[in-house]
Design a protein around this ligand. Structure first.
Ligand code: TYD
Length: 229
């Protein structure tokens, strides 16, 4: 089977009935990178252009996926990296089958996912040590070999991530209780994903003010959708 490296939905061995006017986008980054804020702004922008926008999160987005989310994030016992990788992949396969592919078959629809395969590359592949190759191998199985058209990776430093997490407060979940070494590995993992998929993943400096970060996202999405800037 074809290597997923630089595979786009168009060249993927799996061809879902995707409408040519519909696009699949994802956001990636470590905790506190500003994904949620930017995702909301992008949704409003795209709706303003008359597009239908479906926002999803991973893990989750289906009844079964939300159960998996709860099981993983509330887990008090350490999961084996292989268990983690397959749990996230299970949630993703359900989300693709039940929601993403159906929505993308409709016209003028933008599906935006808060985290997707690159989180698996960074968290399970790099930080947990399974290796990016293992994650890509798992994703050769359809429908998992369906990748976003464009991914916005919001790059921030370790220090900013911890500062923002502290301000946010609240109870820490399964991954939030990890130490700085783990977070450093996550940053390296997202870098690795960016190198594996240089045209799909747009690395954006997330340390700047919200407006400037969004200006970059808007430029990229305008180019993808062929919207005059
Ligand atoms: P979430 O609360 O959604 O994190 P955030 O608000 O930072 O996006 O929790 C999802 C957690 O699951 C997050 O810590 C990243 C992790 N994760 C993986 O480890 N692998 C994956 O494939 C995905 C999608 C998420």
């Amino acid at each position: 089977m074809k290597n997923l490296k630089e595979t786009t939905p168009d060249t993927s061995p799996f061809h879902p009935p995707s409408s040519p006017s519909s696009y699949f986008l994802s956001f990636e980054g470590i905790e506190g990178s500003g994904k949620s804020t930017q995702l909301k702004t992008l949704k409003i922008y795209l709706e303003g252009l008359g597009l239908r926008v479906i926002v999803l999160r991973e893990p989750g987005g289906t009844t079964f996926g939300e159960k998996l989310r709860e099981a993983i994030l509330a887990s008090k016992e350490a999961l084996h990296p292989a268990a983690e990788a397959y749990l996230f992949a299970s949630s993703r396969a359900q989300l693709l089958n039940q929601v993403i592919l159906k929505e993308l078959s409709k016209e003028k629809t933008i599906v935006i996912c808060d985290r997707y395969i690159d989180s698996s590359i960074a968290y399970q592949g790099h930080a947990r040590g399974l290796g990016a190759g293992t994650i890509l191998k798992i994703h050769e199985l359809p429908p998992l070999n369906f990748l976003p058209h464009q991914t916005y990776y919001l790059d921030i430093d370790l220090e900013i991530s911890f500062e923002r997490q502290q301000i946010r407060g609240g109870q820490k979940d399964y991954f939030e209780s990890e130490n700085k070494d783990f977070y450093q590995k996550l940053i390296e993992g997202f870098e690795e994903a960016s190198l594996l998929f240089p045209s799909r993943i747009k690395k954006i400096d997330g340390r700047r003010e919200e407006e400037r970060v969004f200006a970059d996202i808007k430029n990229y999405v305008n180019k993808l959708l062929d919207i005059p800037g």
